[in-house]
Design a protein around this ligand. Structure first.
Ligand code: NDP
Ligand code: MG
Length: 400
């Protein structure tokens, strides 16, 4: 049967990769809904190409966009804002929601999709960093399916035994033999450069990733290795493990996308070209397999695979992520919010790249909020997020 797909964040980099796969498999997948935010010309072109039933734009753009569609003879229901995203994520016609909005903005619709029992292809790692417990509880109680498309988590998922894949929030060494997980990291554009060189980095240098082509925010996160820190937290929630059971190793070639270490000494790894189409196609078709359109790995052309221990002075954000995970959800919310503000300030040339870690650390130490217990709901989470953003804005203003 045709799967009806909503691509939230359709105009971004994950959106591009997803829609390329969907365009190549129109007999199996129907593009039912799309969303965009600033790149509305691109969203309009996607509407012409895919003719979805529904589209979501920011509230201020809704009338213009509807008129444009009308003039082009396209009859598409236009909704707007957070409520529009939630409408689409919970639409009874939708089977699968691709959660590909960047940052905290993706949380409400991703959570709504979980509560509506959808199949969720999760790119929006920030949703788990902010609300891991709430998200996982919603997935379980509403029988949703959560399939990671972040390449590392997708790799780990593929290397886990089928029993865990079916209910991937329970890993126990006793019955599955999983000793630890290994998240691989490319090390980003500054791996071979000194801290001092990193301090002087321009925006253009920071967003130029050696192996992957991605949106601006995640590219900066890769340069500071905050991305790996967020992924560490994401993995703790997805696979129900403490951070001490998850190691990070720099693997500059980005060929091994992550590994599972078993108690008998086996390491299972997933390999592939660094192309997001592979994990997206895996999750779209799971448990089957489809052609993703990515370049097959040329093993004869590979000269060597390296593995390096991360330098936690240069990549302090990675240390902060472990600390936050140990401290609890309130800390991971603060870290995520502070980082979004600091990255935006760096992209606006108001901060140096290395200031991002300083700002994040200051936010974590200065912002005092009560511990969140497992009954915390989304409003508690969003209240901490707002507080952390305000506080971090002030820190940036002081430093800039
Ligand atoms: P992009 O910046 O390329 O795309 C982000 C998408 O979110 C765009 O469609 C954008 O709309 C939309 N968007 C941005 N802000 C808002 C908002 N406030 N409300 C609604 N929509 C919004 O990011 P990526 O595709 O690179 O990343 C998306 C997510 O996937 C992130 O969480 C990232 O961490 C994760 N991810 C990305 C990978 C990659 O290879 N790119 C790999 C693994 C995970 P518009 O463009 O129209 O403004
Ligand atoms: Mg990743």
């Amino acid at each position: 049967m045709t799967q009806r797909i909503a691509v939230l964040g359709a105009t971004g980099s994950i959106g591009d990769s997803t829609l390329a796969i969907l365009a190549a498999h129109t007999q199996d997948y129907n593009v039912y809904a799309l969303s965009g935010y600033q790149r509305l010309d691109k969203l309009f072109a996607l509407c012409q190409q895919f003719e979805p039933m529904r589209v979501c734009v920011p509230a201020a753009a809704v009338d213009d966009f509807a008129q444009r569609l009308d003039e082009a003879g396209l009859s598409i229901d236009v909704v707007s804002g957070d409520s529009g995203l939630i409408d689409i994520a919970t639409d009874t016609q939708v089977d699968t929601v691709v959660a590909a909005i960047v940052g905290a903005a993706g949380l409400p619709s991703t959570l709504a999709a979980a509560r509506a029992g959808k199949r969720i292809l999760l790119a929006n790692k920030e949703a788990l960093v902010m609300a891991g417990q709430v998200m996982i509880a919603a997935v379980k109680s509403h029988h949703a399916t959560l399939l990671p498309i972040d390449s590392e988590h997708n790799a780990i998922f593929q290397c886990l035994p089928p029993a865990i894949q079916q209910n991937n929030t329970h890993i126990h060494e006793s019955n599955h033999g999983v000793r630890r997980l290994w998240l691989t990291a490319s090390g980003g554009p500054f791996l071979q450069q000194s801290f001092e060189q990193m301090q002087q980095a321009s925006v253009a240098q920071a967003v130029k990733h050696p192996n992957w082509s991605m949106g601006q925010k995640i590219s900066v996160d890769s340069a500071t290795m905050m991305n790996k820190g967020l992924e560490l937290i994401e993995a703790c929630h997805l696979f129900d493990l403490p951070e001490s059971k998850i190691n990070v190793v720099i693997h500059p070639q980005s060929i091994i996308h992550s590994m599972v270490e078993y108690s008998d000494g086996s390491f299972l790894a997933q390999l592939g070209s660094p192309d997001m189409k592979t994990p997206i196609a895996h999750a779209l078709s799971y448990p089957e397999r489809i052609d993703s359109g990515s370049q097959p790995l040329d093993l004869y052309a590979l000269s060597g695979l390296e593995f390096i221990k991360p330098d936690l002075h240069k990549f302090a954000c990675l240390r902060l992520a472990r600390q936050a995970m140990q401290a609890g959800t309130q800390a991971t919310i603060i870290l995520n919010a502070a980082n979004e503000i600091a990255v935006a300030a760096f992209l606006a040339s108001r901060l140096r790249l290395t200031d991002i870690a300083n700002i994040n650390e200051q936010a974590l130490t200065e912002i005092q909020v009560p511990l969140l217990d497992e009954n915390a709901d989304i409003d508690d989470i969003l209240a901490i997020d707002r507080l952390a953003r305000r506080h971090t804005e002030a820190l940036v203003a002081e430093m800039a």
